[in-house]
Design a protein around this ligand. Structure first.
Ligand code: SF4
Ligand code: SF4
Length: 391
């Protein structure tokens, strides 16, 4: 994305600050301490958006936000389970009384049972299940699979470990066709198996993120095996393989929600496109894409695959400005105005910066991500302050 002028970056950041303050401060700031922490979190979020716009480096600043969100979520959630509740187990009694915390990954498993039997197979309150389904549908229609790189509190773990520098890089840009289809085979298996057994298969058998949130109570040999699987998958798919490959392996191949959201990628409002006339075929975008969404074949057609999460990496790595994030079917203003003409006049530049579809996308998705993450940021800072310095 092209960097925006100072005036436009400040103006958009100001609008964002107003929106986010309304949600954050209106959500139970009841004393000076929580007001100060809430204020600091708002400043952090506004700073991230400003830097995305002012530097044009979507990937770097989104990554800082996204990975810090994942860390804040783990601190907040684990502290709640271990500290406040006294254990990290989801008890059988809580499952029985539908008190399990709701997570978006369960949504694909809910659909068939809900349609055919009118039953909710996840042990959470019906209100949170319906809210999660509604949120997923609305979010997906507008933003496609972008949730995986902007709003998923688990995906940030994958991205964090894939960003750790390592001397050896396992190059896996070319995938065997079987591997390419594996996430969708995995999704089909999880959805059908959940329907047949009327229980959320992924949650009870495969979710690596149980390791950093909440295990199922270990009270039988089967539960020991399940816990072993959760921890092993986390160590291999979220830590080891992302460090070695610099790719988001869990998100790309194993997450049923990721594959599910990929299916919406053709119908959502925003899309990434590649201008073949500008492209010099350097293939840097193929190498950097953490989700295997650009292949030599897709590059030759000027397209990205449906697994794209709009993370911004290819936008920033392309030195030819061949890759753009736009609104589907709408001619991008940068395609119709020569760069030099826009340099004349403050208002012309200001208007041009605001009209960029990438700005509309970033403003919308980052506002939602900021609202979702703010509670985790506030709670984790609050808990750490109390624990380490007693304030
Ligand atoms: S980084 Fe840009 S120039 Fe290089 S192959 Fe990708 S689109 Fe083409
Ligand atoms: S195609 Fe570009 S925006 Fe999409 S996931 Fe790959 S690097 Fe990110």
């Amino acid at each position: 994305m092209k960097k925006k002028g100072l005036a436009a970056a400040l103006f958009i950041s100001f609008l964002f600050a107003v929106f986010v303050s309304f949600f954050v401060l209106g959500k139970g700031i009841d004393n000076l301490r929580s007001g100060i922490i809430g204020g600091l979190v708002i400043i952090y979020l506004v700073f991230i958006l400003f830097m995305i716009l002012y530097t044009g480096n979507v990937y770097k600043w989104r990554k800082i936000f996204f990975t810090s969100y994942a860390v804040a979520f783990v601190i907040d959630f684990v502290w709640w389970t271990m500290g406040d509740r006294g254990h990290m187990w989801l008890l059988d009694s809580e499952i029985l009384y539908s008190q399990a915390p709701m997570c978006h990954i369960v949504v694909p498993m809910l659909i068939l049972p809900l349609i055919f039997t009118k039953e909710v197979i996840f042990p959470a309150a019906f209100s949170s299940v319906s809210f999660m389904i509604l949120l997923t549908v609305v979010f997906t229609i507008i933003f496609g699979r972008s949730f995986c790189s902007w709003g998923c509190f688990f995906g940030g773990q994958d991205e964090l470990f894939s960003s750790i520098p390592s001397s050896k890089r396992w190059s896996i840009n070319r995938l065997h066709p079987f591997i390419k289809y594996f996430p969708f085979a995995m999704l089909a298996f999880i959805v059908l198996h959940s329907f047949i057994t009327m229980s959320p298969t992924y949650c009870f058998w495969f979710c690596p993120f149980k390791t950093t949130s909440e295990f199922i109570e270990i009270n039988s040999f089967t539960r020991v095996i399940q816990t072993f699987i959760f921890v092993s998958l986390w160590a291999i798919l979220v830590i080891l393989l992302p460090i070695l490959s610099k790719k988001r392996i869990q998100c790309s191949f194993f997450c049923p929600m990721g594959a599910f959201l990929s299916c919406s990628s053709k119908i959502n409002l925003f899309g990434i496109s590649i201008d073949k006339n500008k492209c010099n075929n350097c293939k840097r975008c193929i190498t950097i894409c953490p989700n295997f969404a650009i292949t030599e074949e897709s590059l030759s057609k000027g397209k990205v695959l449906i697994t794209c999460t709009k993370c911004g990496a290819c936008l920033n790595v392309c030195t030819k400005n061949a890759i753009t994030l736009g609104i589907r079917g709408v001619k991008h203003i940068y395609e119709t105005i020569e760069d030099t003409s826009a340099k004349s006049g403050f208002w012309k530049m200001f208007g041009r910066d605001l009209w960029d579809p990438a700005v509309v996308f970033i403003f919308g998705i980052f506002t939602i991500a900021a609202i979702m993450s703010s509670e985790n940021f506030i709670n984790s800072i609050s808990r750490l302050l109390k624990y380490f310095i007693g304030v």
